[in-house]
Design a protein around this ligand. Structure first.
Ligand code: SF4
Ligand code: SF4
Length: 425
């Protein structure tokens, strides 16, 4: 009798960019990737919703084009040249395409799995370097200490000095200068706290201190006025998105498993829509809530006095909030509690501000072009405040507003609520 054969034995062991044949597990992953990509019927209905296609007007920078390139490469018909890699890496991961696709193509999974295969094909020393660099960037304690750097950059006037010397116009330095300056305004040290009978765990993630410090202070103030007890655990955790989107899914899973171990016992609430979307990928953390949705759902004391605020506010909706968390209606409901506040949705521009995690550092030209489109109508009718629920978007927006010389505050919605509650009685 013949031995049963593995159906994957028929899959050709493709040569990788390093000349090695793909291992059996890689062949299996390739097979799965091609099956996912085959769901795309190439109708093109996603193209008008893709920010990079809108900017570049090239098929290779569209979801359909990228899927076709992945099929060509994974099927062994195309080599992973720098040009091909550039088209794939130019994707923002916004998932606008996934939301509008009538065939329900899982574009996010396709992009992540293709990246994982590409990373697996890299020489071992390069993979190790990637692991170390991403591990440092997603280390909450390290990033918490790093948060002092942008604060000093801004406080000591180094940001102004860099601008006077024209360093901010040097292509390679510009995105770092913009980020450090924007971070300098929001970075705060955050102390762990573990009150008795805490109602919720607050998820800070790796960038909590560096990018959300001011919003966390506002959250603690609002929570106190609503008689909520918040736990901020130490050691801090990271959702793992940085590893996942850079082709290291095992490391991403390990970080999310650590979140389950630390937070799995209590209700979890986070300020960053992108982190929450990532956490919800784990069954134990599926009920993780975005802060505004949480605050919208709890009972507010009848005696709570909310002061009027006559400012005009535009509500920016991050891609992760729109495409993965089902939209930001709770933000609008929450802000309606403030008497006098004029709240309107921000016109979406090309559908993404261009921040997209570390995208704004790796692709500053595209990131700035998308931001310019988003801010174009804002420049004509300037609001007092823009609110957003993702810290990466907030930093990018703040940098763009500053560069355009506009007098607009960029805040998390909870900061407006905290201001309207006034000082402790
Ligand atoms: S991803 Fe979906 S919408 Fe886009 S071309 Fe493929 S099937 Fe059509
Ligand atoms: S994730 Fe966003 S940028 Fe990437 S292909 Fe889809 S729509 Fe375009």
């Amino acid at each position: 009798m013949n031995e049963p054969t593995d159906p994957l034995d028929d899959i050709p062991r493709l040569k990788t960019s390093t000349g090695d044949r793909r291992s059996h597990s890689q062949a299996r992953a390739t097979h799965e990737l091609l099956q996912l990509a085959d769901q795309c019927v190439k109708c093109g209905l996603c193209l008008p919703h893709c920010p990079t296609f809108q900017q570049a007007r090239q098929e290779a920078d569209s979801p359909r084009g990228r899927i076709a390139l992945i099929q060509g490469w994974a099927g062994g018909h195309l080599a992973m040249t720098p040009t091909l890699a550039g088209h794939l890496d130019g994707c923002l991961g916004c998932l606008n395409c996934e939301r509008v696709c009538p065939s329900e193509v899982a574009y996010g999974r396709i992009a992540d799995q293709a990246k994982a295969l590409r990373t697996a094909a890299l020489p071992a020393p390069r993979r190790t370097l990637m692991r170390l660099a991403l591990g440092a960037l997603s280390n909450a304690r390290l990033m918490g200490r790093f948060a002092r750097v942008p604060r000093l950059y801004r406080r000591l006037g180094l940001a102004r000095l860099a601008e006077l010397l024209g360093l901010d116009r040097i292509h390679a330095l510009r995105p770092y200068h913009r980020m450090a300056t924007a971070m300098g305004a929001v970075a705060r040290p955050i102390a762990p706290r573990n009150p008795e009978r805490a109602n919720i765990d607050l998820f800070l993630g790796c960038m909590g201190s560096a990018a959300e410090g001011r919003a966390v202070e506002a959250t603690l103030k609002v929570a106190a006025r609503l008689n909520l007890r918040i736990c901020i655990v130490s050691p801090d955790t990271c959702c793992g998105a940085m590893f996942r989107h850079n082709g290291l899914p095992a490391e991403a899973d390990a970080q999310r498993d650590a979140c389950v171990r630390v937070h799995g016992e209590r209700p979890l609430v986070g300020l960053a829509s992108a982190c929450i979307a990532e956490l919800r990928g784990d069954p134990t953390l599926r009920d993780t809530l975005e802060l505004c949705a949480f605050l919208d759902g709890v009972e507010w004391p009848q005696t709570l006095r909310i002061r009027p605020d006559r400012r005009r506010v535009l509500v920016h909706e991050p891609c992760s909030h729109r495409n993965q968390l089902g939209g930001n209606a709770a933000v609008h409901r929450l802000l309606k509690r403030i008497p006098g506040l004029a709240v309107a949705p921000m016109p979406p521009g090309q559908g993404c501000c261009g921040a997209a995690g570390t995208y704004l550092l790796r692709h500053p030209v595209m990131a700035e072009a998308l931001l310019a489109d988003l801010l174009a109508p804002v420049r004509l009718d300037t609001p007092d405040v823009i609110v957003t629920t993702n810290p990466g978007c907030a930093l990018h927006l703040a940098a763009g507003v500053r560069k355009a010389g506009l007098d607009i505050a960029v805040l998390h919605p909870v900061e407006l609520i905290a201001a309207a509650l006034g000082p402790e009685p």
